[in-house]
Design a protein around this ligand. Structure first.
Ligand SMILES: C[S@@+](CC[C@H](N)C(=O)[O-])C[C@H]1O[C@@H](n2cnc3c(N)ncnc32)[C@H](O)[C@@H]1O
Length: 327
C-alpha cells in the first residue's frame, strides 16, 4: 500500500447541533457567527432579500429578538437569554434544514426601508424597480410627475406601493392574474393606507384595463428561463411557480407585454421592465428593438426602459424579423 493512499483527504469540520449551540453560545454576535457557519456548511442559497450569510443571519436575529431591522450594532455584544437563543437558533435551523426563505419564516420582507408582508401567496419583494423609483427614474421622466401609473404583475404590490409613495398624487392600477397574490397585496396596501390611490385588478396582463393609458408602466414579470427553472435552489420552490417561470427563453410574458404596452402609454409615457439575468435572451428575442438599460446599484442590465415610440416601432417591424413571428 502506498504511503499517500487515502489519508490526505480533507479533514472533517464538525458543527455543533442546535441544542449544544444554545448552551455554549452567549452573545448576539456568537449566534450570528454560528448562523453564518451553518449557512455556509449547509450551502444555503441567498437572493430573496439578502445576498450573503451575515445579512441573512442579521435579518432573522433582529426579527426573532423584536429589535429594529436596521439596528444591529448596539446589541452585538449583548448576552441573549436561553429562551432567546433557543428561539433564534431554531429559526436558523429551520432556514437550513427546511430551506424556507427568511421572508416566509418571519412573514415580512424589507425593501429599501419599506416593510411588506410576505407569505407564499406571492413572490418575496426584491424588485430593482423600487430602487430605480427612489433614485434614478426621475432623470428619464418629463418635468411632470406621472399622474397615472400601472404596476403590471403586481404580486404583493411592493412596486405599486413604492410608486404611490414616490409620486404622492398619482393614481396607481395594479394587476395580477393570481387571486392569492392580490389578497396579500390588499393587506400591504391597507398597511400603507393607500387603498384610495391604488386599485387592484385581477386578470391576464392588460385585459382588466382595456382602454386605459398610463404615464408610467412598471413591470416585474415572470422571466426565468426553463433551464434555470429546472435548476432552482430549494428556497425558490416555496415561491409561486407562476411568479417565476417565463417559458423556454424566459420571454413568453415579455413578448406579450411589449406587443401590447404602447396602446396603454400616453404620448410621453414610459415602460420600465425588469428582466433579471435574462439580458442575453432579451436581446436575442428583440434584435430590432431600440431601448435603454437603466442601471441600479446591483446591476447594469436588468432594467429595460422603453418609450411608446420604441414600442410602436417594434410592433410594426418587418414580420420576418419580428420578435413575434418565430415562436
Ligand atoms: C416576478 S412576480 C413580481 C411580483 C411583484 N411585482 C414583485 O416585484 O414582487 C410576477 C407576478 O406576475 C404574475 N403573473 C403571472 N402571469 C401573469 C399574467 N398573465 N397576467 C398578470 N399577472 C401575471 C404572477 O402571479 C406574479 O405575481
Amino acid at each position: 500500500m502506498s504511503h499517500h493512499g487515502n489519508s490526505v483527504g480533507p479533514a472533517e469540520r464538525k458543527l455543533p447541533g442546535v441544542e449544544a449551540a444554545i448552551y455554549e453560545l452567549r452573545t448576539l454576535r456568537d449566534c450570528l457567527r454560528y448562523a453564518c457557519s451553518r449557512f455556509h456548511a449547509d450551502k444555503i442559497v441567498f437572493g430573496q432579500g439578502t445576498d450573503n450569510a451575515w445579512d441573512e443571519a442579521t435579518w432573522l436575529a433582529l426579527w426573532a429578538l423584536h429589535l429594529p431591522p436596521n439596528e444591529l450594532e448596539p446589541y452585538l455584544d449583548a448576552h441573549l437569554t436561553e429562551i432567546e437563543r433557543r428561539t433564534l437558533l431554531h429559526l436558523i435551523d429551520r432556514r437550513c434544514r427546511e430551506r424556507v426563505p427568511a421572508a416566509y419564516l418571519t412573514g415580512e420582507a424589507w425593501l429599501r426601508g419599506q416593510r411588506f408582508r410576505a407569505d407564499p401567496r406571492a413572490i418575496i419583494p426584491r424588485s430593482l424597480i423600487v430602487e430605480a423609483l427612489q433614485v434614478s427614474l426621475d432623470d428619464w421622466l418629463t418635468d411632470e410627475a406621472p399622474r397615472r401609473v400601472l404596476d403590471l404583475c403586481t404580486g404583493g404590490a411592493s412596486i405599486a406601493i413604492s410608486a404611490a409613495l414616490r409620486y404622492e398624487t398619482a393614481q396607481v392600477d395594479a394587476i395580477d392574474l393570481s387571486s392569492d397574490a392580490l389578497e396579500l397585496a390588499g393587506l400591504n396596501i391597507a398597511d400603507y393606507l393607500l387603498a384610495d390611490r391604488i386599485q387592484l385588478l385581477q386578470g391576464d396582463l392588460f385585459n382588466p384595463v382595456s382602454d386605459r393609458q398610463y404615464d408610467l408602466i412598471l413591470c416585474n414579470p415572470p422571466y426565468v428561463n426553463a433551464n434555470s427553472m429546472a435548476a432552482l435552489p430549494p428556497e425558490f420552490l416555496f415561491e409561486p411557480n407562476a411568479a417565476l417561470a417565463g417559458g423556454v427563453d424566459g420571454m413568453d410574458l415579455v413578448r406579450r407585454i411589449l406587443l401590447d404596452a404602447s396602446a396603454h402609454l400616453t404620448a410621453q409615457g414610459l415602460l420600465l421592465l425588469e428582466i433579471g439575468h435574462e439580458a442575453a435572451h432579451f436581446e436575442t428575442a428583440f434584435p430590432q428593438l431600440e431601448f435603454a438599460y437603466l442601471p441600479v446599484s446591483a446591476a447594469e442590465d436588468q432594467l429595460v426602459l422603453l418609450t411608446r415610440e420604441q414600442l410602436s416601432n417594434l410592433k410594426t417591424a418587418d414580420p420576418e424579423e419580428s420578435a413575434f413571428s418565430h415562436r
